[in-house]
Design a protein around this ligand. Sequence first.
Ligand code: GRF
Length: 187
Amino acid sequence: MVKRRTCVFISGQGTNLKNLISHSRDNSFPLKISLVISNNKNANGIIYAKINKIPYLIINTENHNYENIVSVNLKKYKINFICLAGYMKIISGRLLKNFKKKIINIHPSLLPKFKGLNTFKRVLKNKEVKTGCTVHYVNNKLDDGDIISKKFFYINSKDNEKTLKHKTQILEYKAYPEAIIKIFSNY
Ligand code: GRF
């Protein structure tokens, strides 16, 4: 199978990046992680690029030229698919135009509920019965775009923000690769 050359955008821990790298070692997984971009020079996730000898780029989104730098590097590494994994920045119109329906994101809630930050706190405050994660295509709005798949679990009375985060992340490690396989099984 011809694997899509993929760039993963991160800002923090990078555990989803780590998980995607691990899945990409499987010959039948549709992606090869060919580039990692972080907008945070201190992001822990950069370590997974280093360990796995994947080229990485640290960008400064305050730099007016940063979109150009991103575009040049996506071309340089022949990237044709993008996964956001904890990337804390809205993707620009230009990138969206060049990668129509080729940028996906994972969000720790059952979208369209609880877009944005502090999802677990708001889920608890709202006394939700269940929560989970959503994989979706990216558009120019925050945590919006067509939904590819969702996974959920039921919340119990002992749950707090920490346990919800933990349970959600465990789900994410299944949901993200499964959604990617689903996308490319339709091609
Ligand atoms: C994940 O919970 C993801 O849903 C959200 O940001 C978090 C990133 O975690 N978009 P990590 O950096 O992959 O560990």
